[in-house]
Write a protein of this length. Structure first.
Length: 92
């Protein structure tokens, strides 16, 4: 990233990348997404080790509901009441 003078990056990973999903459904989802989560984990590791500004989004699900303007954040866990992220937008 330094070779290409990247200063900042936004990356969409997945909830479960830090093995933080709990319960039977969480464990099942992490098992089903094992290969993808392995790839995301490697990407997250490379990004966090690089000397740049970054934002990593780890949604549990994306919907087409209206954007609320609200967000929840956590460095390594799943915040309460954060099962989906509304991604609806209007293109002009």
């Amino acid at each position: 990233m330094q070779a290409n003078e990247v200063k900042c990056i936004v990356y969409a990973a997945s909830a479960g990348v830090h093995r933080e999903l709990t319960g039977i459904m969480g464990k099942l989802m992490m098992l089903l997404l094992k290969n993808a989560l392995t790839d995301h984990r490697a990407a997250v590791e490379a990004i966090t080790q690089a000397n740049l500004n970054y934002t990593i989004v780890r949604p549990m699900g994306l919907t087409d509901k209206d954007f609320t303007g609200e967000y929840r954040e956590s460095e390594t866990s799943t915040p309460a009441k954060s099962s989906t992220i509304p991604m609806s937008c209007t293109l002009s």
